[in-house]
Design a binder for this molecule. Structure first.
Ligand code: PMP
Length: 395
């Protein structure tokens, strides 16, 4: 066969597969909320971020259907070209009000929001202080910005203080953190971050992808729960997780939003989400604001689930979120646990490097308000038996 300039890919793929690091997109079919169908079997879905079980909510689907008929399928271009249709304007006003901020800007995804906002805030003369376990889209946003990337050890405020001191001469400083860490499920020390940002005149950005809709009196997120909303200069939220949909938003002062409208490249250079999406998100926001039942049930069930695994001697870090990681170590073992869980009717993801640091492969259980307590209790006991069979946890 003739050689091609893509010949290098074959050996790279072999290397990935041999190290249990190749990622393969499986096939699933929808089932009832909180479940998924795979290879003809219905599994309990502990792999999705549909935390509140809204992805199939009839009110959201109806709002999207109406908007689809009224507004059409696609938005045609960037909103800077075609203008914002009513579902966008309604949603951005509601989001700004929810957070008590001057404005909000909807973008196509959390990845794009991070890739857009960070380069809009900092450049070559600046520095970004970023928790070592921050999401990949933050890391990519920092690389795109060309600012210096000062990574601090996970949650280590003494380390951050040292780095802030070291870079005190820089033009602009941005501290950025996941509010709830996506693969560990623990919370950032937001109160201490606020103190440090004040001391050092830095901007503070919180990515509330995994906390929006789950914490706070009206579901606004972790900063709101801690009474710190006013101290967060840049709030990033996503619609792909607790909202059950797709998309993201940035929220902050009126001036910040004005600036991002000119400077956030994914807004300027990318087609806007179809208007049916912000219409559906608005319906999801109303459900989230309507009452705390779903989020309270979710957090109570997550505590119970986490406690069952810990009591069985499994390596589950502390936390208070619907993300419950079971630490395994090596990628091949994590894949074996994932396969054995699927045999037991549980869909859960083995997360491997480079998503998590080398040697810390894990199963990431993410729970949903769509799951009943009984389902989760039964799942926990099946997980414990699978782990025992594979030699994990206390005998
Ligand atoms: N930030 C964090 C902390 C995330 O976990 C994710 C998604 N996994 C994103 C941003 C990206 O959001 P989206 O899926 O909407 O692109």
């Amino acid at each position: 066969m003739a050689s091609s300039s893509l010949d290098w890919i074959g050996p790279e793929l072999e290397r990935l597969a041999a190290a249990s690091l190749e990622r393969v997109i499986g096939t699933t079919a929808p089932a009832s909320p909180g479940h998924v169908e795979r290879r003809g079997r219905t599994l309990l879905d502990l792999s999705s971020n549909d935390y509140l079980g809204l992805a199939r909510h009839p009110a959201i689907i109806e709002a999207m259907r109406e908007a689809l008929l009224a507004e059409g399928a696609g938005s045609g271009a960037s909103r800077l070209a075609t203008g914002s249709r009513p579902p966008y304007e309604r949603l951005e006003q509601a989001l700004a009000q929810w957070h008590g901020k001057g404005g909000a800007l909807v973008l196509a995804s959390g990845y794009m929001a991070n890739a857009g906002v960070i380069p809009a805030l900092v450049g070559r003369q600046d520095v970004v202080f970023s928790d070592r376990l921050n999401h990949a889209s933050i890391v990519d946003g920092i690389a795109l910005s060309r600012a210096e990337h000062a990574r601090y050890r996970h949650g280590d405020m003494d380390h951050l203080r040292v780095l802030l001191q070291k870079h005190r001469g820089k033009r602009r400083k941005l501290i950025v953190t996941d509010a709830v860490f996506s693969m560990d499920g623990d919370q950032a020390p937001l109160a201490e971050l606020v103190e440090l940002k004040r001391e050092h005149g830095a901007m503070l950005m919180a990515d509330e992808a995994h906390s929006g809709g789950i914490y706070g009196r009206r579901g606004e997120g972790l900063a709101a729960q801690l009474g710190l909303q006013d101290e967060i200069d840049v709030h990033l939220g996503t619609f792909g997780k607790a909202f059950g949909l797709y998309g993201a938003y940035l929220c902050g002062s009126r001036e910040l939003i004005r600036w991002l409208s000119s400077a956030a490249r994914p807004l300027v250079y990318s087609t806007a989400l179809p208007p049916s999406v912000p219409a559906g998100v608005m319906a999801a926001l109303e459900l989230i604001q309507a009452g705390p039942e779903r989020r309270m049930r979710l957090l109570a069930a997550s505590r119970m689930f986490r406690a069952s695994l810990t009591a069985a001697g499994l390596d589950v870090p502390d936390g208070d979120s619907p993300i419950v990681p079971l630490r395994i170590g090596e990628s091949d073992q994590a894949l074996r646990v994932q396969a054995a869980l699927e045999e037991e009717g549980i869909a859960a993801l083995a997360v491997r490097p480079p998503t998590v640091p080398a040697g810390t492969a894990r199963i990431r259980f993410s729970l949903s308000a769509a799951h009943s307590d009984a389902e989760l209790a039964a799942a926990a006991s099946r997980i414990v038996s699978v782990c025992r069979r594979l030699g994990l946890g206390a005998p």
